[in-house]
Design a binder for this molecule. Structure first.
Ligand SMILES: Cc1cc2nc3c(=O)[nH]c(=O)nc-3n(C[C@H](O)[C@H](O)[C@H](O)COP(=O)(O)O)c2cc1C
Length: 182
């Protein structure tokens, strides 16, 4: 359980109903010894409390781009430079679109643009949103950029729709992290 000792992971959490699963993901990564710096979108804070993720990651959670430097919050450039992996789980259709198009209106998207290391993205959304031509085009762009994607699973989605779009199981995400960093 020490494969990730000394590894720094920036974990982006975005505004999906699956955001609560980030809690389990953080616990597992911390058990493997990783230092996990959580960056949440404002949307994500509607689904899970920053305090929960702060306690599990054992460090302050970053949300606001405009609070850089306050309370020793690292800058978006420092976050990108000091990290061995940018993992975004779950990633919404919206943030995938921002990443694909280089839009950087908030902290997570700014960290993404400043990142030159590996990027692992774990989409979660309603199946119709996932299969939409816009989402698929954005995924193609992100794959072509060399980013690793953990495909969503099929099953009963929180919205009651049956199909593709569930966040991949946390164990599968952890395995991909281990294969990139371990
Ligand atoms: C109850 C609820 C559940 C949602 N779940 C998802 C989701 O799983 N995936 C997704 O892409 N968007 C989902 N959305 C829409 C996003 O929350 C919305 O696009 C938001 O602007 C995303 O913000 P962010 O991408 O900056 O975090 C959901 C919205 C609501 C109200």
């Amino acid at each position: 359980m020490s494969q990730l000792v000394g590894k720094r992971i920036t974990l982006g959490v975005t505004g999906s109903i699956a955001a609560y699963k980030a809690a389990d993901l953080i616990s597992q990564l911390v058990k493997y010894g990783a230092e996990v710096q959580v960056v949440m979108t404002q949307g994500a804070t509607q689904f899970i409390s920053p305090l929960t993720l702060q306690v599990l990651s054992r460090r302050p959670v970053s949300v606001n781009l405009w609070e850089e430097g306050k309370n020793s919050q690292p800058s978006h450039i420092e976050l990108a430079d000091s990290s061995d992996l940018l993992l975004v789980a779950p990633i919404t259709a919206h943030v995938m679109a921002e990443f694909a198009h280089g839009l950087a209106p908030d902290l997570l998207t700014s960290v993404y643009l400043a990142t030159r290391g590996p990027v692992l993205l774990c989409p979660a959304m309603n199946g119709k949103m996932y299969e939409h031509a816009a989402t698929q085009a954005n995924l193609k762009t992100l794959r072509a950029r060399g980013h690793a994607i953990v495909e969503p699973a099929e099953g009963m989605l929180a919205c009651g729709y049956e199909g593709l779009g569930k966040l991949a199981p946390v164990d599968e995400i952890v395995s991909r992290v281990l294969s990139i960093l371990g």
